[in-house]
Design a protein around this ligand. Sequence first.
Ligand code: NAD
Ligand code: 4PL
Length: 250
Amino acid sequence: MANSIRRFEGRVAIVTGAAQGIGAAIARRLASEGATVFAADINEAGAEAMAKAAGGGIVPVGCDVGEPDSVAALHARVLKEAGKIDVLVNNAAIVPFTPWDEVDFAHWRRIMRVNLDGVFLMCRASSDAMRKAGYGRIVNIISNTILAGTPNMAAYVAAKGGVFGFTRALATELGQYRITVNGVSPGLTASEGVMASPHKEAFGFVEMLQAIKGHGRPEDIVPAVAFLASEEAHWITGQMINADAGMVRW
Ligand code: NAD
Ligand code: 4PL
């Protein structure tokens, strides 16, 4: 799909967790603005279907972001096929609804492996390629739960808080290579994942807290991500933008 604004002409992007939800919406926008987008998802068939429906510019790749070998294979393929990585959007995550009494160490590790280790592994690999080019935009999808302390998600909130700390640290490490590292924190958003979970019951409560009324959709998160992923956002790094209709004013 073409777009009148084309900020990503000639750019190569990786979006993780792009088979559905917020990641798919981000992948579609970057591609519509001219990027070649590698849509990496553990659900390879889902990524293929999304790419096909988008009608061009999106390359689906099966990848488990929590698995070092899988992340290495993804990067080898992107560099072989596209030669560089300009933009990395770390969107893949497990979004659990797990009451505190059910949070055991196995759950904690399952969430940390994908939601925190996965971000580290992707940044470790992509930033080495960006550093050689002297250009890069990393956008980590966080969550406004790190500010609200939302219930039934303790391990998730801890992992996402870790991603925000890591975002700030990595911004410091990579600034010298002209790579920026920022976060976008959605509020409750009607993704396929959320609509198939008990989180969908929370829209009324969340809307009550929002400054602007309505139910968040994946498309509502995209503009903040696209801005931070664009060339012109070069003076912004180590930051987090809350895209949550003002649910949390921090
Ligand atoms: P979703 O569950 O609809 O989609 C997540 C995608 O990630 C799926 O396609 C899934 O297959 C993929 N994925 C899961 N584990 C993976 C792995 N190990 N490797 C690669 N891919 C994997 O989720 P969503 O609601 O669109 O959420 C996207 C991002 O936004 C997540 O980081 C989530 O934490 C964040 N977020 C969502 C909300 C919300 O309310 N939907 C709110 C705040 C933040
Ligand atoms: C406000 O990140 O930000 C539910 C589920 N409610 O995953 C989230 C809010 C959820 C959120 C989130």
